[in-house]
Design a protein around this ligand. Sequence first.
Ligand SMILES: [Ca+2]
Length: 678
Amino acid sequence: MQSFATAMLWDFFSDANNVSEKSLSLQHENKLRTKMKRILLVTAILMANVLTMSAAKKQVIDRIEPTDWYVGLKNPQVQLMVYGKGIRDVASVTTDYPGAVIDSIVRLDSPNYLLVYMNLRDAQPGTMVLNFGKTKVQYQLKQREMSGDKRMGFTNADVLYMLMPDRFAQGANHPTKIKGMRNYVEDRTKPSLRHGGDLNGIREHLDYFKELGVTALWFTPVLENDSPDTKNDFATYHGYATTNYYKVDPRFGSNEDYKRLCDEAHQKGLKIVMDMIFNHSGFEHPWTKDMPTKDWLNTPEWLNEQQSGRDPMTGFTANADGSEPAKSAYLQTSYKLTPVVDPYASEVDLKETVEGWFVPSMPDLNQHNPHLMRYLIQNSIWWIETVGIDGIRMDTYPYAYADAMAQWLKELDAEYPNFNTVGETWVTEPAYTAAWQKDSKLSENNTYLKTVMDFSFFDKLTQARFEETDGWWKGFNRIYNSFVYDYLYPNPSSVMAFIENHDTDRYLGNGKDTLALKQALALLLTVNRIPQLYYGTEVLMNGTKEKTDGDVRKDFPGGFPGDTHNCFTKEGRTQSEQAMFTWLSRLLHWRQGNDVIIKGKQIQFTPFHGIYVIARQYQGRTALTILNGTSKPATLEVERYAEVIGKTSKAKDILTNRYYDLSKNFDLKPRQSLVLEY
Ligand SMILES: [Ca+2]
């Protein structure tokens, strides 16, 4: 640019020199003056541009995260992560915004990031101008919608309905192709590719959830997963490979769509639980290509392997001849979670579990880097404040460093004491899970995790499903025995139970045995737990993971354009689907606000003659769940249950509205379920 300006000036002087050799008329002189003014003006503009551009060249700012922030939080400090080529080496960062104090700036290993730590204790909402050298950037400081203690998380008064946005429903005006995203296709015939469901699709069916009777929605992650589809058999439709922590994936909608969904859900009395992942990001996140610090990721060495042909989907780096190298630096997690609680755990096992990558396409984040952890903590706060979520489900919770996760939850608790977070704790022994719950005496350090997931209940129920309940171990004895371990939990009422989810076989398997399903659901919705359902159970969706995960993640019938089978309406459901929907809906509505279930004491009886009985009692009211765990008729001997029946003679089965006489023994059909109320 400079040389162009000089050329222009040279052109002017040479023109003037030429002219001076002539005898000038006044007219010519005026013309020349005008030309000179114009050229000087152009030169001034060009020089100004040159200065701006040279300044901008050093201080390009691509983005700042969080994209905006809130004043009035208990923790007044905020970390701004600034992205931009060479931004690390900017001479100064300043602001004149009243009440905003820059505590420190941190220059990381990569020249393309800068961290600015600010204290906003005395700041008011408004537009803050930040000066990065001579580059000015506006940054919004927002007013919070409500104080943190007013945010009420999900509890055992709720029933969570889990769904996958890509597989549930497509809203109006779904974009067919989005510019700027890596290659992807939406093809509903391919179980592992995107199918095109979105957030508006969920919002447009809020009344369906009301009709069914659930009170909260947890859906798989919705943040940007801008990874290319590969070979038509792999795509990040599941959402667990984040590439932008502050942006909803455009295929699911916008941040505004997410906010609208939360707002409208709240208006209808539904809560929203956001799925988050602190353990790993997506491979296409800018942090992978250009790590902010050398220790931003765990075991990143293999990223630096010199051979070409490294495949982020397999983790293998091929040699020049196509063969796999003898040893790759790639560290795979063992998926074994026992080393995390094992008092005898070896370093090698613990390292593999926590520092190994979940899969090669998901880089393992090092939460021991305090700057990264601050980033993640702020991100969770930002989504609570920005869209108003009511809870968080933390994916792969034990795979992240326990102390860092505890720090996160402790801070969240201080800011939002009534909020709730559930951690995915996939171990099938209650002694493991219980150690992860907040205030556990089994754990040396407090995790501050209020809700853990009861994989034991899921596991034992799955085993019991088709077994005959005997006198000792089989069938419902497994569930009975699992509940015995509730003495290990600091708060059993805050444990989340489920019978299936997106990572397991459907409870129905490949069959349609509604008797077994009804028993599982009757139990799930009456015991001392936070129940979680998986989408489609109410209309008999089945499937197993034998062939592909997609088989347990099928599209909800009626959610997509052209669907001829529509399970959203009574008219669209088949007779058996409608029967299941009605049955479950009745149970769910009965459970809503029912203090016998929410606050009631739990009393269970050892399975007797194949029958399993659990009572819930509160202020003189009783709910009695009775399950015949055999494929034969059985007789309930009422005298054995006298302590929970008392003098009651008449009880209503809320599943059928039929009355039972509890003053005498009565018969149960094979696999019959009763939920008696009196
Ligand atoms: Ca990890």
